[in-house]
Ligand binder design. Structure first.
Ligand code: PA5
Length: 443
């Protein structure tokens, strides 16, 4: 993985002015002396994962693969996005239509409350030998619990209690929450989400690793990539050689210059969900106390035909971070055409990726000309190892960056506000006072 900040449109002095603070933030993470220090389990997570633990996850994944044509991953936020980001990045773009019969189709639930979505999912599953991975750290998240109740019932009715017990797996807290109670009572295989790892930093726990293994990907390589990035960004590595510290410093320097919005850009549709994961990682970590860069994401070249105008000429409060893949997995040459009716013969014989790369370069130059600082993170190929590197690179950068911003990057008090109102409106037991207050407020 390579970070290129040469087009960041910020002086070396301004970045270097944050060097000491970035290194202190890194040390505070290491010493556990920073805000949110009870949630630092992610910091040395990659290097603590043993081959035995990976084998345990792979064995569970094998059971699901052998007994299911479809596996529904139920979870939301940090209990969902990491797994989906890696699975979509590595899967065939048309995996749902081209199932080879060896790998279960992975579907997702518990990340919305759309009645049509859940109805259509349960209809689709009527013909399927499906299993469920129920992922919730708290075990009480409404979206996930609602979906799981439906899925559990359907799975037991369709496949029988004994098979359901085999193909429903829980990933949850060691002791607390309804998901733990259910898993213990029903005798499901279960994996623990460590207390000191928050949802958005949990992709390298069973939260991400189990679904990724079920989807047929090499979790050992994913972890290896993260381990190598853990070493590359460790305390003791000079600032100039630590990509996470540099990225954290540059984005904070830009923020202080009025660049309040960071757009993550991809040129590979498969990275759409990786950007969703990134958005949550940074948005939930930094957006608090009236501060924080707003995190957005665009898929290019698609969104050049929509948001491209805004990025080129709108308010100059944005910068972009491009995640670029150097080499695609497949080769496709642009064909020549004798008649050349579309006038595209100048591209004949070129790889499609060459056109894509010129779109990327042309856009970079145009945006820089338009006053949009550009940071570029490139990986050689879309594979497990490189994604593992990217994941840890961004996690470490996020920890450092949040501390540079002087917020607690590891809590998310703001997400409770909507839940309190929703529970009050639905009349959840224990929320009687809030129900009364909200009724009065609404008249
Ligand atoms: O990052 C977070 O902490 C959140 O996005 C959670 O992962 C999300 O709210 C789901 O929570 P839980 O795993 O408790 O169901």
């Amino acid at each position: 993985m390579v970070l290129d900040i040469s087009k960041a449109l910020i002086s070396a002095e301004k970045v270097n002015a944050l060097k000491d603070a970035a290194m202190q933030a890194q040390q505070a993470l290491e010493d556990g002396t920073c805000a949110g220090n009870d949630f630092l389990g992610w910091l040395h997570l990659p290097s603590s994962i043993t081959p035995e633990f990976i084998a345990e996850l792979q064995a569970c994944a094998r059971t699901l693969r052998e007994n299911c044509d479809t596996v529904v991953v139920a979870g939301i936020g940090g209990s969902y996005l990491g797994a989906r980001s890696v699975i979509e990045a590595l899967s065939n773009s048309f995996a749902h239509l081209t199932n080879d019969g060896k790998t279960p189709t992975i579907l997702y639930a518990g990340n919305n409350i759309g009645e049509d979505y859940l109805f259509e999912l349960t209809e689709l599953l009527k013909n399927k030998q499906f299993g469920v991975i129920n992922i919730s750290k708290s075990g009480t998240t409404t979206e996930t619990a609602l979906a799981f109740r439906l899925l559990k019932k359907q799975c037991e009715e369709q496949r029988g209690k004994a098979m359901a017990q085999k193909v429903i797996v829980a990933v949850t807290d060691a002791k607390r929450g309804a998901a733990r109670t259910t898993a213990d009572k029903e005798g499901y295989t279960s994996f623990i989400i460590p207390d000191n790892v928050g949802g958005r930093f949990s992709v390298l726990t069973p939260v991400g690793l189990l679904p990724i293994a079920v989807a047929g990907f090499d979790i050992a390589q994913l972890v290896k990539g993260a381990q190598d990035m853990e070493a590359q960004t460790a305390v003791g590595v000079p600032f100039e050689e630590n990509p996470s510290a540099i990225y954290a410093a540059v984005r904070n320097a830009l923020y202080r210059e009025g660049k309040k919005i960071e757009i993550v850009v991809n040129y590979q549709p498969k990275l759409h969900y990786f950007a969703e994961w990134w958005k949550q990682l940074f948005g939930e970590s930094e957006g608090k106390d009236g501060k924080g860069i707003f995190n957005a994401a665009v898929d290019f070249s698609t969104d050049l035909h929509s948001m491209g105008q805004w990025i080129q000429e709108g308010e100059r409060t944005i910068f972009e971070t491009v995640i670029s893949v150097e080499e695609p997995e497949h080769k496709l040459l642009f064909p020549g055409d004798e008649e050349n009716l579309d006038g595209l013969n100048f591209l004949a014989g070129k790889r499609v990726d060459e056109v894509n790369k010129m779109a990327e370069l042309g856009t970079l130059l145009a945006h820089v000309d338009g006053g949009v600082p550009n940071l570029r993170v490139s990986i050689p190929r879309l594979n497990e190892y490189n994604l593992g590197q990217l994941i840890y690179f961004f996690e470490k950068a996020c920890g450092i960056s949040g501390l540079l911003l002087e917020v607690n990057p590891f809590n998310q008090p703001g997400v409770e506000a909507y839940k309190k109102n929703m529970f009050a409106l639905l009349g959840k037991p224990g929320f009687e006072k809030e129900t009364e207050a909200i009724k009065q407020r609404l008249g």
